[in-house]
Design a protein around this ligand. Structure first.
Ligand code: ARG
Length: 493
């Protein structure tokens, strides 16, 4: 017997009504639906459906023939693509409808012992895992490029700044390593976020569990999750993993924005020439070569920070367990992923292909009497209290923009009441005034002296190799799970 199809129901080949929603959504149908945005989790949902149905069949909740028919339908749906799905409130409902359209009412067994609440949470985690690994891979690649360039410039002296004022000379390698170190911590944060994302909510159902004898460990295993989020109410409510991932991306974007800002300034000062590939020009001023790519990298921090703010605002004060607000939370996470991954690639490419103008850097390295601290240090090493030495060198700085030995000598007479030579050799003072010698003298742990930087580069390369290996292990674990799921499904079709 066929029922009469209605607007909010679908029919299978025989004309049977296979789905009837109590609420069709009416004029708010489009407002309710996340189907278009859910394209991002289309593949994830198919994997989650397959793992769930394998588990239902293994537990004897769905018989093997029905499971096989559902798997066939899911394959067809995958081949047809997200764009071919029937209308629905979201990708989960639409895929279920599409299964039922293909195999009839037995397709409705797919949604036994689960809810869209645990389903969507699982899909977001499944997709975000892949995005986080892509983010890690991109950051690791950026670090590799920074380290390669740093290796070439351990002796390239440049001005170092605080408050945008000449401060102390350093090297290009030391400068680049400072960003590589920040990106290494950004990598750690992404990996931490990955660890907490890689846990399975599936089987928590709406929030309150299910009377069916589900095997939650098994679906977690088939989907490559490290563990199960046990409390079923927590499992479908939690979005802290999404916030954590978004925050890690925003932190990364903040690192990149500083690097981009520096290089925009360096290009303006003639310290670097950006490659044409990473520059842009003006539609009216033909002579212009602008660092637009880096300005856009800088601006992506705005997208990422907006995503954090959007998520925090959406999640704050939400009651347990599922509320539809969560549907809007998801997109904020994707915005951060999309804004930050390509910005990382562009920032790394722009820096790796830029030419450092060694002559300009060397000529400016000592500007603004940036070797002053080294002179004060020299006197302090000879026994003058640092504060007194500081006062003496400050007086010389007041007397000349570019003090020489004589200027320092007269300041010594005034502040110390004796000659400089009572404390230090003229040669040592002159060496302290030389930017390259000044850099070479600062060989404390983590300092810019080429000897100190070599050790930092070695350590950074070791960290990088460890992060690359960990990334490869995670990718292998995921592809292992994908293969396992494929093989299990093949048993039924
Ligand atoms: N599309 C929803 C989301 O993204 C999942 C649906 C859960 N809907 C519901 N009414 N409980 O969060």
């Amino acid at each position: 017997m066929s029922e009469e199809p209605t607007d909010d129901s679908s029919t299978d080949a025989s004309g049977d009504v296979v789905r009837r929603d109590r609420f069709s959504g009416g004029p708010a149908r489009g407002f309710l639906s996340s189907l278009a945005a859910d394209e991002r989790i289309f593949e994830a949902d198919l994997a989650v459906d397959r793992a769930h149905v394998v588990m239902l069949a293994e537990q004897g909740i769905v018989d093997e023939d029905d499971a096989g028919a559902i798997f066939d339908a899911l394959d067809e749906i995958e081949d047809a693509g997200h764009g071919d799905l029937p209308d629905g409130e979201d990708v989960h409902a639409a895929i279920e409808t599409a299964v039922i359209q293909r195999v009839g009412q037995k397709g409705g067994r797919m949604h036994t012992a689960r809810s869209r609440n645990d389903e969507v949470a699982t899909c977001i985690r499944y997709r975000l895992r892949a995005d986080l690994l892509d983010a890690v891979e991109t950051v690791v690649g950026a670090r590799e490029q920074l380290l390669e360039t740093a290796r070439e410039h351990t002796e390239t002296v440049m001005p170092g700044f605080t408050h945008l004022q000449y401060a102390q000379p350093t090297t290009v390698a030391h400068y680049l390593l400072s960003y590589e170190r920040a990106l290494a911590r950004d990598t750690e944060r992404l990996v931490d976020a990955y660890d907490r994302t890689n846990r399975s909510p599936l089987g928590g159902a709406a929030f309150a569990g299910t009377p069916f004898d589900v095997d939650r460990e098994r679906t977690a295993e088939l989907l490559g999750f490290d563990s199960v989020l046990v409390n079923s109410m927590d499992a479908s409510s939690a979005r802290d993993f999404l916030l954590e991932a978004t925050t890690a991306l925003a932190n990364l974007a903040t690192t990149l924005s500083g690097l981009a800002e520096d290089v925009v300034i360096f290009a303006n000062d003639g310290y670097v020439d950006l490659s044409d590939d990473y520059s842009s020009t003006s539609s009216i001023m033909p002579q212009k070569k602008n660092p637009d790519t880096l300005e856009l990298v800088r601006s992506r921090a705005g997208d990422a920070h907006a995503a954090v703010s959007g998520l925090l605002t959406t999640l704050k004060g939400l009651p347990r367990a599922y509320n539809r607000d969560l549907q809007r939370a998801t997109g904020h996470g994707w915005e951060a992923v999309d804004a930050v991954i390509d910005a990382t690639e562009v920032a790394a490419g722009a820096v790796a292909t830029a030419e450092w103008n060694e002559d300009v850097l060397a000529a400016e390295a000592g500007d603004g009497f940036s070797t002053a601290t080294g002179v004060a240090d020299l006197l302090a090493m000879s026994g003058v209290p640092f504060r007194t030495a500081h006062e003496m060198v400050a007086l010389a700085a007041e007397q000349s923009a570019d003090p020489d030995y004589e200027t320092l000598e007269s300041a010594a007479q005034e502040v110390l009441g004796e000659s400089l030579s009572a404390h230090v050799d003229r040669d040592a003072v002159e060496a302290a005034l030389d930017p390259a010698e000044s850099v070479a003298s600062r060989d404390s742990a983590g300092g810019p002296a080429p000897t100190a930087v070599e050790g930092q580069l070695d350590a950074a390369e070791d960290d990088l190799a460890a992060d690359e290996a960990a990334l490869a292990d995670e990718r292998e674990a995921l592809s292992g799970a994908e293969n396992m799921l494929r093989e299990e499904v093949a048993e039924y079709v």
